[in-house]
Design a protein around this ligand. Structure first.
Ligand code: 5GP
Ligand code: MG
Length: 176
């Protein structure tokens, strides 16, 4: 068990299992993007550990860039608008792979994907370290998913609980 702030977390997915799965995703992406020089866009802060491990499993020519997402209330009926901070790359005609730590409800990405598509990439896929199928409320799907997890709060491997826990090398789940 580890303590993060006021809560206890128990080991959930080991470092070895994570490394094995991330390497598999790397091989799959290598295969799918050969000759396309994909541009990985990692969404900070949560995905930085996943991005770092996955990117080093990629052996084809590839680029990586990092962004932060900021959401604000939109004026349209669609509600929240999500924009990228730090997006300097020209996405036009690029094969983009968005890297996320976790897709929970899918709200963040469902608001951000249209913004990305408006920049006219040649293709757009999503690679998420974790997905929580039971929590999904929006029409968003990871094309590459590390692990499906139950609807429980997890920390470690880049994911935080109120700022802490990102440095834990394996994944932990909340212990009730
Ligand atoms: P969504 O917009 O898909 O509902 O939310 C995604 C974001 O919520 C993630 O990028 C992450 O920051 C946060 N999140 C969702 N579930 C968890 C969880 O179990 N643990 C942690 N640490 N963050 C989570
Ligand atoms: Mg996040």
């Amino acid at each position: 068990m580890v303590q993060v702030h006021d809560k206890k977390f128990r080991p959930f997915i080991s470092r070895e299992a994570i490394q094995k799965r991330v390497a598999e995703l790397g091989r799959q992406i290598d295969h799918d993007y050969e000759g396309l020089r994909p541009l990985f866009i990692a969404v900070l802060n949560g995905s930085f550990v996943f991005a770092s491990d996955l990117f080093r499993c990629i052996t084809i020519e590839a680029e990586i860039s990092f962004i932060k997402l900021a959401s604000y209330k939109g004026t349209t009926s669609t509600g929240n608008v999500v924009t990228a901070i730090g997006m300097e790359e020209n996405l036009h005609q690029r094969h983009v792979i968005l890297l996320e730590d976790i897709i929970d409800t899918g709200k963040t990405l469902s608001a951000f994907v249209p913004e990305l598509l408006s920049r006219q990439p040649a293709s757009l896929r999503i690679a998420s370290f974790l997905t929580k199928p039971e929590a999904l409320k929006y029409d968003i799907k990871a094309d590459y998913a590390g692990f499906e997890v139950p609807n429980k709060f997890v920390v470690g491997y880049g994911l935080d609980y109120d700022g802490l826990g990102r440095n834990l090398p394996e994944l932990y789940e909340l212990a009730e």
